[in-house]
Design a protein around this ligand. Structure first.
Ligand SMILES: [Zn+2]
Length: 281
């Protein structure tokens, strides 16, 4: 199996979920062994590689920073690229935040599909987990252990009638991302959104790009895409964040009530642990 990139360049426009800014996005083919690189075309084409070493904060979205230049909410696009089996891609944008689109990865998957995927000459590299590593942040738990494939077992718990406890075991294989995960939307609670707005976040948020939950229902008038859309979106986020390891993962992730900060802590611990991983072809 060789590495892949996009067959053609493709563009989209949208709005940033947290900053509310308009942004033009352009996905371009990239050479072998590039991985994913964000290019800020509004800042002299400054490059920020999609790498765990540039994670700067991750409370409500994953934000990367390199030499003071910031790139926010990268997880849903990275999830779509990884989910589509694209290894190498330049992601050009002319503002600080990746557009939220409909709150899932669906529009990005469609963009990638219409651009086409082409095989390159070098063999695909994998990030293979060799030792079990875990983190526990006050009951938010996550671990990664060796496996011959990429799989995620995720449990979420929220005291809400639509959620309560949801769990799903997702196995990454041909086409499974698009079928089971890609269209699951991000979600938030009305009380949380008031707090975010006060902190100047979620400024681009609307019922067109998020499921907004009230104490006993939701504001959206269109139905959920899956009964367990919430846990599916958590898996989408995990895939997007773990794309920051730079190549497809061979390992099994178990997550319970995790979030972006826990994902970042686990990747950091994994990368720092001697003998816990290797790169294989
Ligand atoms: Zn998300």
């Amino acid at each position: 199996m060789n590495q892949t990139t996009l067959a053609n360049e493709i563009s989209a426009t949208g709005v940033g979920l947290h900053t509310g800014v308009d942004v033009n996005l352009n996905l371009k083919p990239a050479p072998e062994n590039t991985g994913y690189i964000f290019v800020r075309t509004d800042l002299d084409n400054f490059e920020i590689p999609a790498s765990a070493e540039y994670i700067s904060h991750c409370s409500y979205a994953t934000t990367l920073m390199r030499r003071g230049v910031v790139l926010s909410t990268c997880e849903h696009l990275l999830s779509a690229l990884r989910g589509s089996g694209v290894d190498n891609c330049f992601i050009e944008l002319d503002n600080i935040e990746i557009p939220i689109m409909d709150g899932s990865s669906e529009d990005f998957l469609e963009l990638i599909r219409s651009a086409g995927i082409t095989e390159q000459d070098s063999p695909r590299r994998f990030f293979r987990v060799l030792k079990t590593i875990d983190v526990d942040q006050n009951g938010r738990m996550m671990s990664i252990e060796p496996s011959d494939r990429f799989e995620i077992e995720c449990v979420i718990e929220f005291p809400h009638p639509f959620i309560n406890r949801q769990s799903l075991h997702f196995v990454f294989e041909n086409g499974s991302f698009g079928r089971e995960i890609g269209s699951a939307r991000t979600f938030g609670f009305t009380h949380e959104i008031e707090m975010l707005r006060k902190a100047n976040l979620a400024l681009g948020g609307s019922l067109d790009n998020a499921i907004v939950l009230t104490p006993d229902g939701m504001l959206n008038e269109t139905p959920l895409r899956y009964d367990d859309e919430f846990v599916r979106h958590k898996i989408l986020d995990i895939i997007g964040d773990f794309a920051l390891l730079g190549m497809p993962v061979l390992g099994k992730i178990t997550a319970e009530k995790s979030g972006h900060a826990v994902h970042a802590a686990l990747m950091s611990k994994l990368l720092k642990t001697e003998g816990a991983w290797e790169i294989v072809f």
